[in-house]
Design a protein around this ligand. Structure first.
Ligand code: SF4
Length: 402
């Protein structure tokens, strides 16, 4: 079977309504979200039913797509509530539901919902992909532990759309098969309650010396033996697109607006430049991916090049920029931007404006006024409305950062 290469969908995480809007405005073709129950982010903000209706309306208003994650492994007792929720999603008009449990898949099929099989279902081979397709799934989100050659083979043997992760945090354990958190804390990753135990720093303890911790690391910094780097397939995005997958997914429903906007804008530009025939890795893209919270990047399993994918020194993510506010309005006559505060800033501070489509520009804050027009010198209050003069016209939804 030959592979026709079409422009892939760029799919972004939506942890709340604001992040959903940012993802779409910064260039995502589609977003995925979880409701208050039944998605694998029990500690995320997640969407109420009212917010789901608003999210669908906003997304469809931009002629983009919205998918609902319903990817828990359900128990018998869950099905009354699940039936009610899936019926609601059907009426709300979501474009597909992401499922991993066969019972939930069966229910979604009965309710005529479009079905995407979640990565949580662990599809690692073409027979599994084909079987899910025969069961009614139109798209399969492949397990993250696959090489490019394996993805190509699945594509050649399965007519369903394929989706792969291209960016974000990774599990050191196999997608959807991790019991570490449940074993150590009682909180089950397969029910969305992971404590990220793989990121912890581990020592060795001898039974009769309970307060003595013997380091098991490679050096004095300790041992994070299960702490994975973050996935970033930007350097090989040409090969990713050539593999013929239909959708390229960014991980991170728990991440910030700054993260979603930054990562989406980079991949939007990279996909568009590949499709325009001039893809080459640009320094500005890598610089932007360094500004959002991340651990060291890896291409994971995709290139199967044997590069180490663990970080032994720290489990803390780093970022090279601070998110200060969102531009909510711009008055061209007075060249004044209205900013909703997210981090402290003050007069004389150097800031940059990261825009949905325009160029990033930097300037110094020369003066500030509050919503009542009073002059102020700093903005310490969360979500405070502040007006500042800007050096260039600035798009609404731009992020102000330092
Ligand atoms: S403990 Fe780590 S590997 Fe296991 S599910 Fe949680 S994040 Fe993934």
């Amino acid at each position: 079977m030959s592979i026709n290469i079409a422009k892939p969908e760029l799919l972004a995480p939506a942890g709340n309504l604001e992040k959903l809007q940012a993802a779409l405005i910064y260039g995502a073709d589609a977003v995925y979200f979880g409701g208050k129950n039944f998605s694998l982010r029990a500690f995320g903000e997640n969407f109420t039913r009212d917010e789901i209706l608003q999210a669908v309306e906003f997304t469809h208003g931009l002629r983009k797509k919205i998918y609902a994650a319903v990817n828990v492994f359900a128990h018998n007792a869950d099905f009354d509530a699940l039936t009610d929720y899936l019926k609601f999603l059907s009426v709300a008009g979501v474009d597909a539901v992401l499922v991993s449990d066969l019972g939930v898949l069966n229910l979604a099929r009965e309710l005529n919902l479009k079905i995407h099989v979640s990565t949580q279902a662990n599809v690692t081979n073409w027979r599994a992909a084909k079987f899910f397709h025969e069961l009614g799934a139109t798209r399969i989100v492949l397990a993250r532990e696959l090489t490019r050659a394996e993805i190509l083979e699945i594509k050649q043997n399965c007519a369903a759309e394929l989706e792969i992760f291209i960016h974000g945090a990774m599990c050191i354990s196999y997608s959807g098969r991790c019991w570490l958190s449940k074993y150590l804390t009682g909180r089950d990753a397969n029910l969305g309650a992971c404590t990220h135990s793989c990121r912890w720093k581990y020592n060795l303890v001898e039974e009769t010396r309970p307060n003595e911790f013997f380091p098991v690391g490679e050096d004095e910094r300790g041992s994070y033996v299960m702490n994975s780097k973050d996935l970033c397939l930007l350097p090989c995005l040409d090969k990713v697109i050539q593999s013929g997958v239909a959708s390229l997914k960014i991980e991170g429903r728990m991440k910030s607006v700054n993260y979603v906007a930054g990562v989406v804008k980079v991949y939007r530009a990279a996909i568009d430049s590949y499709c325009a025939g001039d893809f080459k890795l640009r320094g500005e893209w890598l610089a932007e991916l360094d500004k959002v919270a991340h651990r060291p990047y890896t291409t994971g399993f995709f290139l199967s090049d044997g590069e180490p994918t663990e970080i032994y020194s720290t489990s803390k993510p780093s970022r090279s920029s601070n998110f200060l506010g969102i531009v909510r309005d711009f008055d061209a006559a007075t060249m004044t931007a209205t900013i909703e505060q997210r981090g402290k800033f003050q007069v004389n501070q150097r800031v940059e404006f990261f825009q949905p489509t325009g160029k990033t520009f930097s300037q110094t804050i020369t003066s500030m006024h509050d919503a009542d027009g009073e002059e102020i010198f700093s903005a310490p209050h969360a979500q405070q409305i502040v007006k500042i003069p800007v050096a260039e016209p600035v798009e609404i939804w731009s992020l102000m950062r330092s």
